[in-house]
Design a protein around this ligand. Structure first.
Ligand code: FEO
Length: 395
């Protein structure tokens, strides 16, 4: 079913109500998602993106109800990842000669994934444009590494719509389609989770791209991303948020993460959280057991934090594997300008705190020397060190 976006532009995507994870199982989904494709019907008929491979038959069936496929003059393929290009193989069987406008990197990527089919690619660069009739045109903007080498956005003049592809999206299924009609709390939660887990590694490029797009002085009435809601009410609010988020974002929050074997490390975590609340009642404190809670949700809380404390007991001369994996993922997200402290229990060799400190430094955190290292179980002497550690994290 099509949904009108503005004038002759319609949404023809797929709402993925039942999706539970994305990028394999690397990204948790709790509120569904969507793959947004768009149909532009001016003097030229243009399809912007498709949907994920498993939904290709539904997509085609629905699209055929909306438009005679042979009337599609060209396809804009903003991104080769299979959630947007995975229906091309099926679509192109029906209209094999239709031009596909895309970046050079798209061709390599899509042929690598789906094989060479001699599709009619038209390679474009930033600033290139095509006329679509009724005085309107589409202007291409390369979005290299936001978040793949082939990523691209396209701007439609006249209706002033930026089809931004992955940028400004959310993994959020919203039948109501528009930002002003949906639950604001869920929308912003999902938008931040998406930025943290997908775009934060490329934050410096996000800042540069926002400056570049702003310098074009294009009036933007609508931002239509490839996932989640369409921003039509004050669309620049998400751009402004991205500018903030991409600039070593932090709130007055400290997040404590840990795993434990016999609850000793848990006790230290809880004591640190109490001390933070005592010393700074306005600071938000979050505490997570890494092994029991969702890593993408925790990363979003870390993204908001000015400091973190990470705990693990020593196990076989190392830290727990859950914490090793967590820190590896955290490193890949490239957080900036955040302090970190280490803590943990041990029974004999006691390496965990030192290993945590090294790994946290390697992950880009400003690690404080103060730490809590407890033999067997935390004692009052250990707890007596927590105020100093807390004061350093808060400073
Ligand atoms: Fe939504 Fe990078 O694909």
């Amino acid at each position: 079913m099509r949904k009108q976006v503005k004038n002759n532009v319609s949404w023809v995507g797929y709402t993925d109500w039942e999706l539970e994870s994305f990028h394999g199982d690397d990204y948790s989904i709790y509120n569904g998602s969507s793959q947004n494709a768009y149909l532009i019907e001016e003097e030229k008929t243009v399809l912007v993106d498709t949907v994920w491979t498993p939904h290709r038959f539904d997509f085609l069936e629905n699209l055929k109800k909306e438009v005679d496929l042979n009337k599609i003059d060209f396809i804009i393929a903003n991104h080769a990842e299979c959630d947007h290009s995975g229906s091309l193989t099926e679509l192109m069987k029906e209209i094999p000669n239709t031009p596909i406008y895309c970046t050079a990197a798209f061709v390599k990527s899509v042929e690598g994934q789906f094989g060479k089919h001699n599709w009619n690619f038209k390679i474009v660069k930033t600033g290139d444009s095509i006329e679509i009739g009724n005085g309107k045109k589409l202007i291409f903007i390369e979005m290299k590494m936001l978040h793949w080498p082939d990523s691209m956005a396209v701007y439609m003049t006249g209706d002033n719509i930026l089809f931004s592809n992955d940028a400004f999206g959310q993994h959020y299924a919203a039948g109501e389609l528009f930002n002003d009609k949906t639950n604001q709390c869920l929308l912003w939660k999902e938008a931040m989770k998406y930025f943290t887990n997908i775009l934060n590694p490329f934050a410096p490029l996000v800042s540069k791209k926002i400056q570049e797009i702003s310098a074009l002085n294009l009036p933007i009435d609508i931002i239509a991303p490839s996932h989640g809601v369409i921003w039509r009410d004050n669309p620049m609010q998400i751009v402004e948020k991205y500018a903030l988020w991409a600039d070593a974002y932090q709130e007055n929050q400290i997040t404590i993460v840990y795993d434990t074997m016999w609850e000793g490390t848990t006790k230290i975590a809880h004591k640190i959280s109490e001390e933070i609340q005592k010393q700074s009642p306005d600071t938000i404190v979050k505490v997570f057991n890494i092994a029991k809670q969702d890593k993408n949700e925790i990363m979003t809380e870390i993204f908001k934090s000015k400091a973190i404390a990470v705990g693990s007991p020593t196990a076989v001369n190392d830290i727990l594997s859950s914490v090793t994996g967590f820190i590896a993922f955290m490193k890949s997200l490239k957080f900036k300008n955040k302090k970190a402290a280490a803590f943990g229990c041990y029974g004999w060799s006691g390496e965990s705190v030192k290993i945590l400190q090294e790994k946290l430094k390697d992950a880009g955190f400003n690690v404080i020397e103060e730490n809590i290292k407890s033999l067997w179980k935390p004692t009052e002497e250990d707890f007596a060190k927590i105020p100093e550690l807390t004061a350093k994290l808060l400073a």
